[in-house]
Design a protein around this ligand. Structure first.
Ligand code: AP5
Length: 212
């Protein structure tokens, strides 16, 4: 099963993506995680992506399509994959459709996480992220060791600063929201998930929508 997670910054895609992937027994790919790992490692990809990410802009489509292609070629994804934030523009959706078609597959469902802007801003201002396993946490301070015991340290993401958050929300409305209409026009099932509530409640809604 190929599941695309779409939603504004802070909607809970990363949090829910982990849980959906575990429930379905399939891997999760998050382009944000791939890019942050590249920035941390100082690779060519990371150097190219950093400026876009820090100001809350999208990394160019060609870069994302390259990451998608590599990721979809992984044998671990034969049973399915959860794509977290991987598709953010219509050209990216078109590129993914072409790649999955070549593999004889297609996107089964798009989960659209719905949430108001003020809740997003509150979530992002209270978020810390592990610099090693990339998991998001709330109510914890930067500098603390990762509660998962992975050896990482909690950090505050540069793009969680207020100016970058405002830009990410604008970019979402202008460039990513139209992707939902694109999928609807293609006949792909789009399930809207109310992203407000406890993490468990949102997981239950998401798993119902994927049919487990
Ligand atoms: P990315 O890392 O994907 O950022 P994002 O889409 O802005 O999403 P976030 O990670 O900020 O939030 P989330 O929805 O995953 O929420 P989370 O679960 O953390 O991308 C970063 C950047 O990379 C982009 O801006 C862009 O530059 C680049 N990029 C990536 N992919 C790209 C692409 N395809 N094309 C171009 N550029 C790309 O939750 C947020 C907080 O809320 C956490 O603290 C969490 O603990 C808490 N929380 C979660 N659920 C709940 C709940 N139910 N109630 C209360 N709190 C909750």
């Amino acid at each position: 099963m190929i599941v695309v997670l779409l939603g504004p910054p802070g909607a809970g895609k990363g949090t829910q993506g982990e849980r959906i992937a575990a429930a379905l027994g399939v891997p999760k790919i998050a382009t944000g995680d791939v890019l942050r790992a590249a920035v941390k490692a100082g690779t060519k990809l990371g150097l190219e992506a950093k400026g876009f990410m820090d100001r809350g802009a999208l990394v160019p489509d060609a870069v994302i399509l390259g990451i998608m292609k590599e990721a979809l070629a992984e044998p671990a994804q034969a049973k399915g994959v959860i794509l977290d934030g991987v598709v953010r523009t219509v050209p990216q959706a078109e590129g993914l459709a072409a790649m999955t078609r070549d593999l004889g597959r297609s996107v089964d469902v798009v989960l659209a996480f719905d949430i108001a802007d003020d809740e997003l801003v509150a979530r992002l201002s209270g978020r810390t992220t592990c610099d090693k396993n990339q998991k998001p946490f709330k109510g914890l301070e930067p500098g603390q060791p990762c509660p998962d015991g992975c050896g990482g340290t909690l950090v505050r993401r540069a793009d969680d600063e207020p100016d970058a958050v405002r830009n990410r929300l604008r970019v979402y409305r202008e460039q990513t929201a139209p992707v939902l209409d694109w999928y609807t026009r293609q006949g792909t099932r789009v399930a809207h998930i109310d992203a407000v509530g406890s993490v468990d409640e949102v997981t239950t809604r998401a798993l119902e929508a994927v049919g487990t």
